[in-house]
Design a protein around this ligand. Structure first.
Ligand SMILES: [Zn+2]
Length: 203
């Protein structure tokens, strides 16, 4: 059985956006160093934050069945932490893969705005390849086959077409699409839902 210290903790940035997971062990280090605080779910969607001292206090006042046991005391397992600084963010570039382009574009044709099964979509070079267009986040979009055919070897405006949004490199790995090796903890749900909506509506 895995140690409680190896369990995953959801990591939020200062804007309370889910960005990553780390181990309980790492979360305690960040907590102890004052680089992060525990986010604890109260009734409903109210959250409180705790530094190491206050988490220790709450652990003694409200123990849970599963705790991290140290030599002298038990402490509750944090499930979500929030980083207090920006410069400690683990920088994870989103890999430029076919899968991630489909994820970024939500399997939606970037010309007609319709959603398709993946088999119904191509990757289109906005500036065609033989006119110097590169295979990059900024020049590749999902396109349905009819739109792709209509556009052909032209720029969108030359074909009387328009992109529904400007293609960009995603800022954060769209968290909802990360395949979890662990079942996400219940207390993550609020932040993952939030991440989902942020991905959906954000730039
Ligand atoms: Zn289309």
């Amino acid at each position: 059985m895995e140690s409680a210290l190896d369990q995953p903790v959801l990591v939020l940035n200062r804007l309370w956006q889910a960005i990553n997971t780390c181990s309980v062990r790492r979360a305690f280090t960040l907590l102890y160093q004052g680089q992060a605080q525990v986010v604890s779910a109260e009734e409903g969607n109210d959250f409180s934050t705790h530094d190491y001292r206050s988490w220790w206090d709450i652990s003694q006042a409200k123990p849970e069945p599963v705790m991290v046991k140290t030599i002298s005391f038990n402490i509750r397992i944090p499930r979500v932490i929030v980083l207090l600084m920006f410069d400690r963010l683990p920088k994870k570039e989103v890999k430029f893969t076919r899968h991630n382009v489909f994820e970024r574009d939500k399997s939606t044709c970037q010309y007609c705005g319709k959603t398709f099964d993946r088999v119904g979509l191509n990757l289109d070079h906005v500036l065609p390849r033989d006119r110097g267009g590169q295979t990059t986040w900024e020049n590749i979009v999902c396109s349905c086959i009819p739109c792709n055919t209509r556009k052909g070897n032209r720029l969108p405006h030359e074909a009387g077409m328009q992109l529904i949004r400007k293609p960009k490199r995603p800022k954060w790995r769209p968290f909802v699409n990360v395949s979890f090796t662990h079942h996400p903890h219940d207390s993550w749900k609020h932040f993952l839902d939030l991440a989902y909506w942020n991905v959906e509506l954000g730039d």
